[in-house]
Design a binder for this molecule. Structure first.
Ligand code: SF4
Ligand code: MG
Length: 340
């Protein structure tokens, strides 16, 4: 379908005491309504920073954002504070790992949802209250007429997560960004919240960006996957293909460090080393110090030339940023048999 979210050559830089950090280095992707994109990466990969930029949120002061972020045709980069207030919540909303970051402890759940609604709709308190009750019901809070008067601390972790989702969706934004929304929850509640987000996506017909480091969650929720490393997209494609036959050595490393998707106990092969500091990104391919395939590429290519993100020749729906001439062949021969 037609893109609702369109990110083109997004760059995010921020100053630190030790120098400028290039947190996102030219990210491009698009997402139509009704689809879920999982953005995967370790901390410092740029997955959160790039998604915050989509909402016009950034930290700290002095952050420089360039490139283009279009949401429903509106250009977010360069919006004024007023424009951002009108845009946020109405066109795009975010849910976080920790509901405390969006729910205020001193106000009732109902008051907070009503306030969100009234920020975008000129309606009476009575109308806003009916809307808040309706939303709490839709996210599966039992007895919403009564629970609307509860304070956040009176809810369980899972219920707070539901209330935060209700608040994010009350203005019917067509883009929902979920940043590790289930990481802090136990497995049962996590599954319930993932189901809820999927159900709401179908009801509201929204586009969802799901930020996570958990490939189990990706397999569960995503249509497409974008893998980020050191501020760059390194692989992008449909979930079954990316998880089933990864093209990029980093994606393969992520999969091999999983405790088996299949239930069979598989030996863990963690990726050696750790992600680079963004103040000191390795030359050439930023993954080269950790990559066991760089010798195959030969010469100094991996250590001196930063690869482009290019379509795989045989299947243009998939993109990979690696100098291996025919990565498919390498994976077929050596890697896939080792996958769980
Ligand atoms: Fe490994 Fe070279 Fe590919 Fe980078 S470009 S992932 S170092 S093989
Ligand atoms: Mg994060």
């Amino acid at each position: 379908g037609e893109a609702y979210l369109e990110v083109s050559d997004l760059r995010v830089q921020f100053p630190t005491a030790d120098g400028t950090v290039d947190a996102v280095q030219g990210l491009s992707y698009s997402l139509p309504l009704g689809r879920t994109l999982a953005i995967v990466g370790e901390s410092g990969s740029g997955k959160s920073v790039s998604s915050m930029a989509v909402l016009g949120l950034h930290d700290p002061r002095g952050t420089r954002i360039t490139g283009s972020i279009k949401v429903g045709g509106k250009q977010v980069v360069g919006m004024s504070a007023d424009e951002l207030r009108r845009y946020r919540g109405a066109d795009a909303a975010m849910i976080f790992q920790d509901p405390q970051s969006s729910l205020h402890p001193y106000f009732t759940i109902g008051d907070q949802i009503m306030e969100s609604y009234r920020a975008h709709h000129k309606v009476s308190k009575r109308v806003a209250k009916a809307q808040a009750i309706d939303m709490l019901g839709r996210v599966g809070i039992p007895n919403p007429q009564r629970r609307i008067s509860s304070y956040p601390h009176e809810f369980s972790g899972g219920m707070r997560q539901r209330a935060m989702i209700a608040m994010a969706l009350v203005n019917d934004p067509k883009l929902l960004i979920a940043d590790e929304p289930t990481t802090a929850l136990d497995v049962t509640v996590q599954a319930q919240i993932l189901d809820l987000i999927g159900d709401l996506q179908r009801d509201f017909g929204s586009a969802v960006v799901f930020i996570t480091h958990d490939l189990g969650v990706v397999a569960e929720v995503a249509d497409d996957v974008l893998v980020m490393y050191a501020g760059n997209a390194v692989e992008h494609g449909p979930v079954g293909k990316v998880l089933g036959a990864p093209l990029h050595p980093y994606t393969w490393g992520l999969l091999e460090s999983l405790p088996a998707l299949s239930g069979e106990p598989a030996p863990l092969h963690p990726i050696p080393g750790s992600p680079p500091s963004l103040l000191d990104v390795p030359s050439g391919c930023p993954f080269h110090p950790r990559c066991e395939f760089r010798d195959r590429v030969g010469g100094e290519r991996c250590t001196t030339v930063h690869p482009d993100l290019v379509p795989r020749t045989a299947d243009t729906g998939r993109l990979s940023r690696c100098h291996l001439v025919d990565p498919d062949r390498v994976y077929q021969i050596e890697i896939l048999p080792r996958l769980p």
